[in-house]
Ligand binder design. Sequence first.
Ligand code: ATP
Ligand code: MG
Length: 419
Amino acid sequence: MNFKVPRGTQDILPDASWKWQRIEKIARSICDVYNYKEIRTPIFEQTELFQRTVGDTTDIVQKEMYTFTDRGDRSMTLRPEGTAPVVRSFVENKMFGYADQPVKLYYTGPMFRYERQQAGRYRQFVQFGVEAIGSDDPAIDAEVIELAMTIYKRSGLSDVKLVLNSLGDKESRTAHRDALVAHFSPNIEEFCSDCQNRLEKNPLRILDCKVDREHPLMKAAPSLADFLNEESSAYFEKVKHYLDLAGIEYEYDPNLVRGLDYYNHTAFEIMSTSKGFGAITTLCGGGRYNGLTEEIGGPAAPGIGFALSIERLLLALEAEDKAWTDEPSLDVYLVTLGDQARAKGFELLGKLRENGLRSEMDYMNRKIKAQMKSADRLQANYVVVIGEEEVLENVVQLKDMTAGQQKKVSIDELFDELK
Ligand code: ATP
Ligand code: MG
């Protein structure tokens, strides 16, 4: 029998996993200086959590969730996104009572969505996300957006743009909603069955439909921009002002609607503008979600966050021809000749590693030539050669691979030489 990796998933092989680690390291260190702390939540949650927060009319809940009944007859779902679990934990652990507000959190880990597989779209993918909960200061919106942009910049991407919109507050959205219903109702039978359902439950979602995108009524649909009340507009202006102060450029798109139900006010996406990038260009999505904590039974705590996938970040690097190739190389490769030298080498290897030097030796009983080849392949900066003579003299041959020089050094001197 032949086993294969499940459709829509991938193995991250050892020649690529260092890239994932590096992105994680970059993102973690940025979160660190912005004073965001990591939160780790379970891979699965009660199904209802996502139904309630992400929303019954969204693609995620309707078509993409990995839902199963556990042995206790409870409906569970592999998390399709990170915000609902984090907000669940915020409420459950009463983080609204923490002395320092807002509570600034980040997470990373696999998410699961049953989607049609295509470039940049997987059934298991790794998100890195940030949530700032407890403040509705427009400056924190700008901070969160700036943080996301910084992750791309520090990863080496330059062909990215920020697209920004305001979805307004509840009042603005209700007014817009009524206008949408009035706009689409007379001709709703021309739309897909999903849209027909959305008309009653969540007409805003119609604008995000991938099937009826070209319908003339789509382009003529009432724009949210015209329904923002004074407060919402003022809020949006302030967010933009703070982005200006941070030196972050943005493109306003009144049609930007995020895929999840819980967003209001600030909504944004970061997109790749690289020509090499495929059809899907969104690298990161986020927005404000005032009211979400109440939705799951907690007190009011306005929040904002984003999520990006590492898969798409790596694809964007490739599209820009900036794929990382500088895999960390080996510091020292130990070449040994004969049993005694090997024993000595094994001892030395432990000491090298104790000193934090990335070191390796031969475990295949190979001849000296083959060992030297391994050292080359692993791009070792130094090769240490120990033969019978060296054992007797308590020395090693130290070969500097970049300078191409070789010299005899005592084992005591070796560490000074390597530093
Ligand atoms: P899309 O419109 O591409 O389906 P989305 O609106 O469903 O995206 P979000 O739920 O906002 O995406 O997730 C945030 C980010 O996670 C996306 O911007 C994207 O980078 C990434 N992402 C979402 N779905 C996938 C997937 N199936 N595979 C890889 N990355 C994904
Ligand atoms: Mg999606």
